[in-house]
Design a binder for this molecule. Structure first.
Ligand SMILES: *Cc1c(COP(=O)(O)O)cnc(C)c1O
Length: 498
C-alpha cells in the first residue's frame, strides 16, 4: 500500500518514505491510498495479545513495506514496562454508567504524546535504513509543552539523530519547563524563545524551508525531519489504542461483540480524533466521534457549520495543549471526505492562508454531521467538571480530559444518547497540578510546584509519577533563551555548521 499527498493525489510513496520525510514537498500531508480494514475476529484477537503484539499486528496493515521482524523490533522496543508505568501500556477506568476513561498517559512524560513519540524514533530510524539513507536526522520541534518533552524523551541518545526543541519562554507550565530543561541525552538541545508558541512554530517552519540552511545541512551529512503530528509516523500509532481499548472492553464483558461506542477526544491539532476516525473507517464499531475544545472553539464552530474561521482571539487557557487556532490534521479528514480531491484541498487551504477562512461543500458538511459532534467548554466549566468528578466519582481529571468530560456530559444531556462511551484521557493531573488543585480546593495556591504535587497526591491518592517526582532534584541543563530572529544561527551553531 502506498501513500499519497493531500495536495497531489498522483504522488506515490512508501510508508517508510512518508515517515522519513514527515511532510510532502507540495506542502500536503501523507495519507494511505486506501484505508485498510480490520475484521471483528481480528479485533477480538488483539484482546488476547500484549499491547506491543497488537500494535505490530495493526501496523502490518498500515505500514505494509515494513517486515514483521521490523514491526516486532519497533513495537517491542517502545511499548515495554521499562518505559510505561503499566504493563498494559494504557489503562481503562470505568467513570460512570457506560462511560470509560482511556488513560493514555502512563508513559515517561505523563502525556498521551508518549504513545506515538516512544515509537516514532524506531519507525523513523527503521525507515531510513530501509531507504538506505545514511544522513543524520535532525528533529526540529516547536512545542507548547507536551510534544517537546515527549519528543526529547523518545529521541534522547537515539543513534543517527539529533533533536532540538524550542518552547515559548513564558508559555509552558512550570512542570513542563522543568521536564524539558533537565532532559538527559548527548544529542538534545532545548532553548527558550522570547515569543509565543506561534513564533516558535513560524521560526521552525522558516528553517525547514530555507534553501541555504538545507544546503548547509546536506554538506554536513544531515537532514531535517518532523516529530509533529503532521508525520504519519505519529498518527498511525494513535489508531492502535482505540482498537486495543475496544478489544479489552469486549474481553472484559463491558461491551458486546460489534456493539457501537462513542469516542470523545479533547482536541487541539486534530491528530488524536483523526486517529479515532481512521479506526472507525478500518472497521471499529463507532457511533459518534465527539470533538471537545476549550475556549479556542474554532473546531466546534467548524463541525457545527462547515465554516472554518480562524479570525478570532487566541485565548490562553488552563488546558494549554489545546490552545490552537489552526488544526493541521483537519486537512487529512477533509481530503478523505471531499472524495480525495486535491484541488479542493488546495483551494480551501489557500483561502485559509489568505483570509483565515473557508467553507466546505454541502456533501462534506453532511458527512461531518454523520460522523462527528462537537462542543466546547471554558476554564470555569473545566474547573467545575474537575471538582464534580472528584467529589462524585473520586476520580481526578487533568484539565484537558476535563474539557472532554464536560463536553460529553453536554452531549448526553442534549441527545439522551446512552451509547457506551470511551473518553480519551490525554494527561496525568500531575502535569497541571496548580490548576487541578485550584479546581478541587476552590482557590489558587501560591505554593511551589512540588508542594502542590504533594497536596494533589494527598487529595487524589494517585501515585506521583516517578519521572515527575525526580525532577525536583534534577540539575537544569538548558538555560538558553534567544530572540526570535536568532533561531537560524542558533540551530546552525548547535549543529556545528557555522
Ligand atoms: C496534544 C494534546 C492534546 C491535543 O491533541 P491533538 O492530537 O493535537 O488534537 C490534548 N491534550 C493533551 C494533554 C495534549 O498534550
Amino acid at each position: 500500500m502506498f501513500y499519497k499527498s493531500t495536495r497531489n493525489s498522483g504522488l506515490k510513496v512508501s510508508s517508510a518514505q512518508a515517515i522519513a520525510q514527515g511532510i510532502s514537498e507540495d506542502g500536503g500531508l501523507f495519507v494511505p491510498e486506501e484505508i485498510p480494514s480490520i475484521t471483528m475476529e481480528e479485533i477480538k484477537s488483539v484482546g488476547d495479545m500484549s499491547y506491543a503484539e497488537g500494535a505490530a499486528f495493526i501496523f502490518s496493515k498500515l505500514l505494509t513495506d515494513f517486515t514483521d521482524a521490523e514491526l516486532k523490533y519497533c513495537t517491542e522496543s517502545a511499548y515495554t514496562d521499562k518505559k510505561f508505568a503499566t504493563a498494559d501500556i494504557t489503562e481503562i477506568s470505568h467513570l460512570f454508567d457506560g462511560t470509560y476513561v482511556l488513560e493514555l498517559w502512563h508513559g515517561p512524560t505523563c502525556a498521551f504524546k508518549d504513545m506515538a513519540l516512544q515509537i516514532l524514533p524506531y519507525l523513523l530510524t527503521t525507515s531510513l535504513k530501509k531507504l538506505d539513507v545514511h544522513k543524520k536526522v535532525v528533529i526540529l520541534v516547536a512545542t507548547s509543552g507536551d510534544t517537546g518533552k515527549a519528543a526529547l524523551e523518545g529521541f534522547a541518545d537515539v543513534e543517527g539523530t539529533a533533536i532540538m526543541v524550542f518552547y515559548p519562554q513564558d508559555g509552558v507550565s512550570d512542570m513542563q519547563k522543568m521536564q524539558m530543561t533537565t532532559q538527559d541525552g548527548g544529542n538534545v538541545t532545548v532553548c527558550a524563545l522570547k515569543g509565543n508558541f506561534d513564533d516558535c512554530q513560524n521560526g521552525v517552519k522558516a528553517i525547514f524551508t530555507d534553501d541555504d540552511i538545507k544546503k548547509k545541512l546536506e554538506e554536513g551529512g544531515m537532514m531535517f525531519s518532523s516529530a509533529n503530528s503532521i508525520n504519519w509516523g505519529r498518527l498511525a500509532p494513535q489508531i492502535i489504542y482505540y482498537i486495543s481499548a475496544y478489544s479489552r472492553l469486549m474481553k472484559d464483558g463491558e461491551i458486546k461483540e460489534g456493539e457501537k461506542i462513542n469516542i470523545v477526544v479533547p482536541t487541539g491539532n486534530f491528530g488524536n480524533i483523526l486517529a479515532a476516525y481512521y479506526a472507525k473507517r478500518m472497521g471499529l464499531p463507532v457511533n459518534m466521534l465527539i470533538c471537545a475544545s476549550n475556549a479556542n472553539n474554532v473546531l466546534t464552530d467548524f463541525i457545527n457549520t462547515g465554516i472554518y474561521d480562524r479570525n478570532r482571539e487566541f485565548i490562553t487557557t488552563i488546558s494549554p495543549s489545546m490552545d490552537i487556532l489552526i488544526s493541521s490534521n483537519l486537512e487529512r479528514l477533509l481530503y478523505i471526505l471531499g472524495g480525495e480531491n486535491d484541488e479542493l484541498i488546495k483551494e480551501w487551504f489557500g483561502e485559509l492562508a489568505k483570509s483565515g477562512r473557508y467553507e466546505v461543500t454541502e456533501n462534506v458538511k453532511k458527512q461531518l454531521s454523520e460522523n462527528f459532534r462537537a462542543g466546547c467548554c471554558d476554564d470555569e466549566r473545566t474547573k467545575a467538571t474537575i471538582k464534580a468528578v472528584y467529589d462524585k466519582y473520586s476520580y481526578t481529571l487533568d484539565t484537558h480530559t476535563a474539557v472532554a468530560v464536560c463536553v460529553y456530559q453536554d452531549y448526553r444531556e442534549q441527545t439522551g444518547d446512552m451509547t457506551k462511551t470511551v473518553i480519551a484521557s490525554t494527561a496525568s493531573p500531575y502535569k497541571f497540578s496548580g490548576s487541578v488543585l485550584e479546581a478541587i480546593e476552590g482557590q489558587p495556591s501560591g505554593d511551589g510546584e512540588f508542594v502542590k504535587v504533594e497536596r494533589l497526591h494527598k487529595a487524589s491518592g494517585y501515585d506521583v509519577p516517578r519521572s515527575l517526582a525526580e525532577l525536583e532534584s534534577k540539575e537544569r541543563r538548558f538555560t538558553d533563551s534567544i530572540e526570535r530572529d536568532s533561531m537560524q544561527s542558533y540551530v546552525l551553531s548547535a549543529l556545528g555548521l557555522e
